[in-house]
Write a protein that binds this ligand. Sequence first.
Ligand code: UGA
Length: 418
Amino acid sequence: MLGVDVDASKVEMLSRGEVPFYEPGLPEVLQRNLDSGRLHFTTDIAEAASFATVHFLGVGTPQKKGEYAADLRYVFSVVDELAASLTGSHLLIGKSTVPVGTSVEIIRRLKESGTEADISVAWNPEFLREGFAVADTLHPDRIVLGVDPEGDQDAVVAQVEEIYATILAEDTPFLRTDLATAELVKVSANAFLATKISFINAISEVCEAAGADVSTLADAIGYDQRIGRRFLNAGLGFGGGCLPKDIRAFMARAGELGADQALTFLREVDSINMRRRTAMVELATKACGGELLGSNIAVLGAAFKPESDDVRDSPALNVAGQLQLKGAAVSVYDPKAMDNSRKLFPTLGYADSAAQACELADVVLVLTEWAEFLELKPADLEPVMRGKVIVDGRRCLDPAVWMAAGWTYHGLGGTPRV
Ligand code: UGA
């Protein structure tokens, strides 16, 4: 196997067995494959073109600046470079999250490129979660493969089945689809997950107004297997490099196809989600006695979710930044995302531990539910803090523990009666 990236420093790190981001279990997998001599890395796409006959395409599709649509320039540049380098018979398997219609556009580009190679295109969306990438890859809950009706579909399916043979369990569903369906499966799944989170966050607004407890409500509705408890955790909402930009790109693409009305609800999903950040800033302000200027706030968590060092569109950092702009002194700590946070928000204050972030703090906010924050006890923070106020932005703490120790506990989405 040969991995290709344009970023030479990443290629060097990977070649040395270092993963350039935090992903549990991945360094071990990388090392095993380097040691066995099965895996190499390069920046040279022409080398990859001559090395393999099957090419996985997994480049980023970020949101375009100032627009909702996905930026496909990286996808097309790989396709154009491959087309120029390939000879013979090849299979190009897309894994990137793309607007529906992209693979057909790739096929058109390949035809127009005048390449001598015979290149089949298939689409095989990726469903892994950051933090669980290894387990999700090795034990997929389904494989979706979109194939080109004008190509030799059976041959393509057989080739992909062979590639995945070692990870496919007997009962792993393997769905063979057309290209458009495969592309749409991915964005629909992410849109559904985003909708589920915003649904429970919208309900949390009603719970808060009515004095009800959204966490118990989520448990209760989650027992209905048609609903399910997963992704019903109310709080600060979703961020990261996938859900926010994917729902926006999905809306943009539906609009281009003349089906914009179908997805107007996603605008509401997005707006409920962004409202959580405002609600968190308001709750933190209330916790500071109504005045941020002169308040010291400890922010625990910067990554967009636990088990990740990814701070792209991180709700936690967004809130920390807003609080600082409004006059608070903010000290942020995250177990894994400190370097990335410093790069993205260099003006925030940073600490080397949760206890250090809490030194002289009036209020502590838990904004990413890392396991080490769940284990914090009032007695750990009392010796260093100025106040005894905790705001639980992820509804992940036990309010009774904090209240019993004489703390004021606020939960985003309503404080349960204990
Ligand atoms: C998401 C999807 O879950 C993956 O299936 C998909 O493959 C991936 O995007 C992708 O498109 O590549 P990921 O971005 O790693 O995975 O993160 P999630 O676990 O989905 O969490 C997203 C956000 O939702 C996080 O900020 C998390 O804190 C938030 N969240 C999640 C909630 O606010 N409440 C929940 O109940 C669950």
